[in-house]
Design a protein around this ligand. Structure first.
Ligand code: SF4
Ligand code: SF4
Ligand code: FES
Length: 343
């Protein structure tokens, strides 16, 4: 049977949709049809692909306007008289035809601070509870197809937001590391908020909708990260600690204990020496640190902060949201560590 296709042909200087009538056989996917086009009518049609099994993340394209993997989109999902329009993913610059320049994502990957195990623990000596493995396993399924990046409205038609926004793929990386019991950086969520543009995300869940690995990007990564940023800002103990202790004492006290449950709060302590040993990982560049309330020369916050209507800065959720959120609005549940066997 012949089916009607419209495929975008062109390069960075411009292009157009071209019409093709192509043979389609039972069980084929859109990538099969692109290959047939290359074999029969358009030998110079550029398309990136590798595995044809939904595992390499190369064949991202927009099919009838929907970001999808060409190799995972069955022709049987379209009606027989439907025209199938195939265009390159829109958020990234076109190189040629269906091939785009996704180097933005690799730049953001390089900017994301790497896994930082505690000092003195050699590779091979790492031990994790199974529950912690399972929590981050979901995020490790990412095949880097960048469909979530492509669909996110923050950068889809807004190149100007790209320098300040890493995108959902890198929010799940930040969440994975933040939940990792052996990651020794205590400032993952502040970094996500201040330098990865977490605050730009307004939880539309479009990224989750297009993820071919069915990673719950918003529910399991973005929302918990946002909640934890808010916890840090609004937790009464942390708030009080900010008033009493110097910033360097708080930073030392909030260093993440490697054996603790990752969701455990980091209460301030008056005795930083009793906290975990300081990390050997260098601090993130000061230009990237989140901006908190200013401190005086003695290292203490101004007393005016006590009476300010909004201590600790503006809420990333907007000022009309009250915390704690009611349970029905919180969709992330930590697994019960007592029910999991030691690994
Ligand atoms: S939920 Fe956030 S990251 Fe995902 S598409 Fe919407 S704005 Fe972008
Ligand atoms: S999170 Fe999902 S949509 Fe985003 S790059 Fe990974 S696999 Fe693709
Ligand atoms: S060709 Fe590998 S995901 Fe489609």
């Amino acid at each position: 049977m012949k089916r009607h296709f419209r495929v975008w042909r062109g390069d960075a200087s411009g292009g157009e949709l071209r019409d093709f009538d192509v043979e389609v056989n039972e069980g084929e996917v859109v990538l099969d049809i692109i290959h047939r086009l290359q074999a029969t009518q358009a030998p110079d049609l550029a398309c990136r692909w590798n595995c044809k099994a939904g595992k390499c993340g190369s064949c991202s394209m927009e099919i009838n306007g929907m970001p999808r993997l060409g190799c995972m989109t069955r022709m049987s999902t379209f009606t027989e008289d439907e025209t199938i329009t195939v265009t390159p993913i829109r958020t990234f610059p076109v190189i040629r035809d269906l091939v785009t320049d996704v180097s933005f994502n690799y730049e953001k990957a390089r900017e994301t601070p790497a896994f930082a195990p505690p000092p003195g623990v050699a590779p091979g000596d790492y031990r994790m509870r199974q529950v912690d493995v399972e929590r981050s396993q979901e995020f490790r399924k990412c095949i880097e197809c960048f469909l979530c990046q492509n669909t996110c409205h923050v950068i889809r038609d807004h190149d100007e937001n790209k320098p300040a926004f890493s995108g959902p793929r890198f929010f799940i990386r930040a969440a994975e590391l933040d939940m990792h019991p052996l990651d020794d950086r205590a400032d993952r969520k502040e970094y996500a908020q201040a330098s990865q543009g977490l605050g730009y995300c307004n939880i539309t869940k479009c990224c989750t909708e297009v993820c071919p690995e069915h990673i719950k990007i918003t529910d399991n990564a973005i929302i918990p990260m946002k909640e934890r940023v808010v916890d840090r800002r609004y937790d009464p103990l942390v708030w009080l600690g900010r008033k009493i202790f110097r910033r360097d004492e708080l930073e030392s006290a909030s260093a993440k204990p490697s054996s603790a449950h990752p969701s455990a709060p980091h209460p301030p302590t008056a005795n930083p020496s009793a906290a975990n040993p300081p990390t050997v990982n260098p601090p993130m560049s000061s230009a990237r640190l989140p901006q908190t309330a200013p401190v005086g020369p003695d290292g203490h916050m101004d007393i005016a902060e006590l009476v300010a209507p909004q201590q600790g800065g503006l809420s990333p959720f907007g000022e009309d949201i009250e915390f704690p959120l009611p349970p029905e609005q919180i969709s992330y549940h930590h697994p019960d560590p007592d029910k999991s066997p030691d690994h």
